[in-house]
Ligand binder design. Structure first.
Ligand code: ATP
Ligand code: ZN
Length: 810
């Protein structure tokens, strides 16, 4: 019986969220594998859609006539067996479409329409090389279509390991190539040409000898020029005479540490000598690597305790076992120092995946991983899907960070995916943080995670003393200023000693909003329910949610008064004030605006590291991972931002941020100092951060969470419905609520429906329900049912999303 293929099609609706059965045309039989993308006709109109082959079967219940697969997009699978299984689990766990999960795992370029190429990877005999490749190193597969004989020859070559079938994406990015040269004559023929040369033709003589030395090879022209001193003009002459041919040679686009040369693999950095706590951590984790045990570790180490060194040495152990490693960081473009450390240690075995890469770079890094050329992946959230084989260890640094949760479908948490992959490969998972999430710390206390601690800084210094400055009397005394007297004194002090300071402002943009002093009108986004932010660099008002942009108004749009002014404080304004207060200080500002251009982030940090500035002033992006020995002062200008947000994690986030940024001071031999300015000096999050007392914060916050039935005592799910009409969104939610009340266990708490904190966004109104539960066997099925139901006619134009374990509630 002929096999049939099961295909998940790119038609994301609830009804189509399952594999469809297709016939496999004889011609495609040999190419088709599980995990390849195909084009198939779909529906009554036979419209062409993309899909993924997820399995084969020899029978089907389907009564009608099966349609045939139309074409195969990939000549080797883009999703391997592990990731295919994972995608299915992910769809189920996150209440999302299987097809969306499959696409989520792939680099951007493979989300588009691919075209196939065939690449020469080993020496071919001339017949094949010229017949099939016309003297090039790769060709479009489409060139061979309808030539069964050529395809048969290619398949034979593939089997012999001489060519590889690959995929590239049309019109978006192809493999990057540079010019290579390839001799077109054999040794004797070149010799003949040489003897018949004019005796003065020295350059051509040299070219011919050189070509003789590389017969059968392709050499990058630039490299040949450098090695031999033969000029480009001489190579061109050689082309005209038919001695050589120029051919494209594929090169990888390696994301560079901006302007910094990559270390070569012979000059890698040696591991540091570990202290006793670090050694214990490395030993315990490595023993699980060696034993193929999927133990989850919580590594809680104070800032500057040498967690990164523990990661590096654990990974080295996994590599020594012939395995691979995955290192996740919250937003990698913000932590170039970590990437550089990994590169210095592991050289070209490291691949980097993050949103700051071009699509081409991302694709090339992905292929290096997939081909097994890169064994250590450092990346942000989506790197958790890196196609690493034989994983030996997975590490999540700063595990408490909310950015590990994707806030659009599929709403997965990288921590859960990491644990899944750990189980699949028998690999331990290490969750590292100075300030673990309450969830993780609670699990460690219960023994579900293996708890490791690094309680001291490696430099033997205590954590820096923190002074909290109450801004209320400061403002009364000195008027509206962003700088208290103690902070200014401390800054001056560092300047005179030639030491550096880091200042954090918890904001972005110049001002947060604009208000009319006569009528109180605040300039708002026409699409969303939030105020617009002034951006001085582009001289516009911008919405941070939908991207809406408009010119800065001169008069109030409501009452036409000219008394319209900017409220709030942005980095640009603070920089101006600081420069006025300290005219001699050299200041680097780092925020979304100054780092938008590629590579700017690294550049600014490098300048600061080279002491080309005295003060680094920035938003939250400077709080994490920076390791500058000469920084002895950290100032936080406004610790309170965020405390007032309607989110049960507001205190936790404030505590984390303050602890994190304080940790940037005094990391080497000079002692550090931290000054925190606040309008809420008595808040426990601020006081506990001041004492460096994670445990105290943890127990206080835990008791509040228990009282309010929040995580980690309860699990939460958020459901959201949106519609352009407010009452439609509300009505849909009411219907969902009644279904939930019927199905769920009586102990389960269902809150809402209520308008979301930002009730209107992108021209839609949002209503939400929050479910809190400990254990509810009916929950999963009920949520699946809601997914189904919201696809029906009664829910026309209502968009419903289900967000398990949401990280944000605004
Ligand atoms: N065993 C060691 N001996 C000497 N120096 C070390 C050792 N371990 C780490 N260091 C150095 O101490 C500094 C801090 O270490 P590291 O950056 O690993 O700490 P961390 O815990 O990851 O910090 P944070 O969480 O604050 O970013 C680094 O400069 C690192 O090179
Ligand atoms: Zn908007």
């Amino acid at each position: 019986m002929v096999e049939l293929a099961q295909v998940v099609v790119d038609v994301p609706t609830m009804q189509t969220n399952r594999p469809y059965t297709y016939q496999v045309p004889v011609l495609l039989e040999r190419q088709l594998q599980v995990g390849t993308r195909v084009v198939v006709p779909f529906g009554n109109g036979h419209r062409q859609v993309q899909g993924f082959v997820v399995g084969f079967t020899d029978g089907t219940d389907y009564q009608g006539k099966l349609k045939p697969i139309q074409s195969v997009m990939d000549l080797q699978p883009v999703v391997n067996a592990e990731l295919l299984t994972l995608s299915k689990w992910l769809a189920d766990q996150t209440y999302s479409f299987w097809i969306a999960c499959l696409y989520t795992m792939l680099p951007n370029l493979l989300k588009g329409k691919a075209h196939r190429i065939v690449r020469v990877v080993d020496e071919l005999d001339e017949q094949d090389y010229y017949d099939l490749f016309a003297g090039r190193d790769f060709r479009d597969y489409a060139d061979f279509e309808n030539q069964p004989e050529a395809i048969a020859r290619l398949l034979k070559l593939k089997k012999a390991g001489k060519v590889r079938f690959d995929y590239q994406v049309e019109n978006r990015a192809k493999a990057k190539t540079i010019t290579g040269i390839r001799p077109q004559l054999d040794f004797e023929a070149l010799e003949e040409a040489r003897t018949s040369l004019h005796p003065n033709a020295h350059a051509q003589n040299r070219l011919l000898s050189y070509l003789q030395s590389i017969v059968g090879q392709t050499v990058v022209q630039k490299r040949a020029e450098q090695q031999t001193g033969i000029s480009a003009a001489t190579f061109n002459q050689g082309v005209k005479k038919g001695w050589l041919k120029k051919v494209p040679v594929e090169v990888y686009r390696t994301p560079q540490a901006h302007g910094q040369p990559l270390p070569d693999d012979h000059h890698l950095e040696a591991p540091l000598r570990l202290n006793a706590d670090q050694q214990r951590a490395v030993d315990e984790i490595s023993s699980q690597v060696h034993a193929h045990k999927a133990t989850t570790f919580l590594l809680q180490g104070v800032t500057g305790s040498g967690k990164t060194e523990v990661y590096l040495q654990t990974i080295a152990q996994a590599l020594a076992d012939g395995r691979t490693a995955l290192m996740l960081v919250p937003e990698i473009s913000l932590t170039p120092q970590i990437v550089n450390r990994f590169r210095r240690r592991f050289g070209s075995q490291v691949a980097v995946l993050h949103s700051g890469l071009s699509n081409g770079e991302q694709y090339d890094e992905w292929r290096r991983i997939e081909r097994g050329e890169a064994k250590v992946v450092v990346g942000a959230r989506s790197a958790v899907f890196a196609p690493l084989d034989n994983l030996g260890v997975v590490i999540l640094d700063e595990e408490h960070e909310g950015s590990y949760k994707q806030d659009e479908a599929p709403r997965y948490h990288a921590r859960e995916v990491a644990k899944w992959r750990g189980r699949y490969h028998g690999a331990p998972v290490v969750l590292g943080s100075a300030t673990p999430s309450l969830e993780s710390r609670a699990r460690a206390l219960k023994g579900r995670y293996h708890f490791l601690r690094l309680p001291h800084r490696v430099n033997q210094q205590p954590l820096p003393p923190i002074q909290v400055v109450d801004m209320r009397p400061e403002i009364k005394r000195r008027g509206e200023s962003n700088f208290s007297t103690p902070l200014l004194t401390a800054l001056n002090d560092r300047l005179s000693r030639g030491e550096q300071s880091i200042l954090m402002l918890n904001r972005r943009g110049f001002s947060s909003f604009m208000m009319c002093r006569d009528c109180g009108t605040v300039l708002k986004c026409p699409n969303c329910d939030i105020s617009l932010t002034l951006h001085m660099d582009t001289r516009t008002m911008k919405c941070h949610y939908c991207g809406h942009e408009e010119p800065i108004p001169r008069v109030c749009p409501h009452c036409h008064s000219r008394h319209i002014r900017y409220y709030g404080t942005g980095t640009e304004k603070v920089q101006a004030e600081l420069q006025q207060l300290l005219p001699q200080a050299r200041i680097i500002r780092m925020d979304v605006d100054t780092t938008r251009r590629k590579g700017m982030h690294e550049k600014l940090l490098r300048q600061f590291g080279a002491h080309q500035a005295d003060i680094l002033l920035g938003t939250q992006m400077i709080a994490k991972g920076l390791d500058f020995p000469n920084v002895t002062l950290v100032g936080v200008l406004n610790a309170d931002t965020g405390l007032g947000l309607p989110d049960f994690r507001a205190s936790e986030r404030t505590f984390d941020l303050l602890s994190q940024v304080s940790g940037r001071a005094g990391r080497a031999d000079k002692p550090g100092q931290v000054i925190i300015q606040t309008f809420n000096p008595e808040h426990y999050a601020i006081q506990d951060a001041q004492r460096h007392d994670y445990d105290r914060f943890f127990y206080q916050e835990m008791s509040l969470r228990r009282q309010a039935s929040y995580p980690p005592y309860y699990y939460t799910v958020r459901l959201m419905a949106s519609h352009p009409e407010e009452q439609e969104a509300a009505r849909a939610m009411a219907e969902i609520k009644s279904l939930l009340s019927q199905r769920l266990a009586p102990e389960t708490i269902v809150l809402g429906p209520t308008p979301r904190a930002i009730a209107r966004m992108k021209r839609r109104y949002y209503y939400q329900i929050v479910i809190k539960y400990k254990q509810d066997s009916a929950l999963h099925a009920t949520l699946q049912e809601i997914m189904q139901k919201t696809q029906s006619k009664g829910f026309k134009d209502v968009q419903v999303s289900i967000d398990p374990d949401p990280q944000y509630f605004i």
